[in-house]
Design a protein around this ligand. Structure first.
Ligand code: ATP
Ligand code: F6P
Length: 338
């Protein structure tokens, strides 16, 4: 007789399409029972677990609405909060916790692993800013969603020439999402937090583009770009400040599009779903390892295990190949400062 083990699963941080496929890839009821908790770390303590079965999941695989609800939570920051999480997992006989999330969620899981929990972090954030993995679940769908908006902006911009469009995208303090979507959406310029912004240089590039014969300029601006001070989670609207400064130097009509939360939505792309399923399936294959304390990553196309602490050690660098294309196309403004 097979004795089943109980696996706990939460999502934590911002929602990201593809998560349903990842959970589907994880399910193997013959050996495991899966306890899903809505609302992240809080949900472990406050919510009844949902027991899911493979047969219920098929239709959800293609959907952008998630079976499992996510949240940001205060609990893991305090010893008291963590001990509530650990007691509850023990009470339910759950010996392994799988967390879908980004940088913050990895830190939280590491603290729980240090206190004896078996833990696996599966990378999930549209920002794709997690050190130790080339890819995080949700990124491709977000890029596709931004690309759709940029396609519309190209049309209206071409229909009424002479304007400068600034489209602000998510990404928190990193420019991975902005760089990928600027390239995939055919933007003229991209403003990234990893580069110090020089407004005069930006103004000059805009004029050069018009002088080259193009009749509109489409700029992607990452929300994490700063003219002064530090980016704080939740800050939005930097494109307006940049536009204001540009207006002082130029008579061009600057127009704004804040893409906002629709970037995080949308049914997953096929690339998303297949990568997510591979993450889920790889996690499943590693559940029997003792002392689980890992982050799943994908490097050069291969899914692999990384030590969880790797996340806190370094900041993930922008993809060198994408950067090279952006340099060659003269899309970047300013000098690298990070
Ligand atoms: N330093 C930390 N110590 C303990 N727990 C943390 C820490 N940072 C984050 N967490 C926990 O992880 C949760 C998610 O973190 P955060 O809000 O930074 O999102 P994330 O995992 O980085 O994902 P996203 O990229 O979508 O924002 C937090 O709400 C909190 O519960
Ligand atoms: O839903 P919230 O908490 O406002 O989070 C928004 C943030 O979450 C992300 O989508 C993922 O980290 C960021 O790109 C964005 O800044």
């Amino acid at each position: 007789m097979i004795i089943k083990r109980n696996i706990g699963i939460i999502t934590s941080g911002g929602d990201a399409s593809g998560i349903n496929a990842a959970i589907y890839g994880l399910l193997y009821e013959k050996h495991y029972s899966y306890y899903l908790f809505n609302q992240g770390f809080d949900g472990i303590v406050s919510n009844d677990p949902i027991l899911v079965k493979d047969k219920d999941f098929h239709k959800h695989v293609v959907q952008g609405e998630h079976v499992l609800k996510t949240s940001r939570s205060k609990l893991p920051y305090s010893e008291e909060g963590r001990s509530k999480i650990i007691s509850r997992l023990k009470e339910l006989g759950i010996d392994t916790l799988i967390v879908f999330g980004g940088n913050g969620s990895s830190k939280a899981l590491k603290l729980l692993c240090d206190e004896g929990i078996n833990g696996l972090l599966i990378p999930m954030t549209i920002d794709n800013d997690l050190y130790g993995t080339d890819y995080t679940i949700g990124h491709d769908t977000a890029v596709a969603s931004i690309q759709r908006v940029l396609s519309d902006l190209h049309q209206t911009a071409a229909n009424m020439p002479g304007r400068v469009f600034m489209a602000e995208v998510f990404g928190a303090d990193s420019g991975h999402l902005a760089l990928a979507s600027a390239l995939s959406g055919g933007a003229d310029l991209v403003i990234l937090p990893e580069y110090k912004l020089d407004i005069d240089a930006l103004h000059q590039r805009i004029e050069d583009i018009f002088n080259s014969g193009k009749d509109y300029v489409l700029i992607i601006c990452a929300e994490g770009v700063r003219l002064k001070g530090e980016y704080k989670s939740g800050d939005q609207g930097i494109c307006f400040e940049i536009g204001k400064q540009l207006t002082e130097k130029s008579s061009r009509r600057i127009r704004y599009s804040m893409l906002g939360y629709s970037q995080r939505a949308g049914d997953p792309t096929s690339h998303e779903n297949l990568t997510s399923m591979r993450f889920g399936s790889f996690a499943l294959q590693n559940l029997k390892r003792p002392n689980l304390n890992y982050l799943l990553g994908v490097e050069n196309g291969e899914v692999l295990l990384q030590p969880l602490e790797i996340v806190t050690e370094r900041k993930k660098q922008l993809n060198a190949e994408l950067l090279q294309i952006a340099f060659r196309k003269n899309m970047l403004i300013g000098d690298v400062h990070i």
